[in-house]
Design a binder for this molecule. Structure first.
Ligand SMILES: [Zn+2]
Length: 75
């Protein structure tokens, strides 16, 4: 299988096929780094992934409480 290159955002993990200055997924600038991929998910299932970035999982507890509603007067 041909070796491909992926561009992975180091902030959110989004993968794109070309380099971009801004991640379209999370909007972070200069966070996309070129990484060699061994053929995608099929290769990852069959064997060890050659390279990749580890991301610590975070819970959903960071979300702000629901903001108070504002009456607009529009029915
Ligand atoms: Zn991102």
């Amino acid at each position: 299988m041909a070796r491909k290159t992926s561009f992975i955002c180091q902030n959110c993990g989004a993968v794109s096929s070309r380099w971009q200055g801004k991640c379209e997924a999370c909007g972070d600038w200069n966070s996309i780094i070129e990484e060699a991929s061994g053929g995608g998910i099929a290769a990852a299932v069959g064997g060890k992934v050659a390279r990749g970035a580890r991301f610590a999982l975070s819970g959903l507890g960071w979300q702000e409480p629901i903001a108070p509603r504002v009456a607009t007067g529009i029915a």
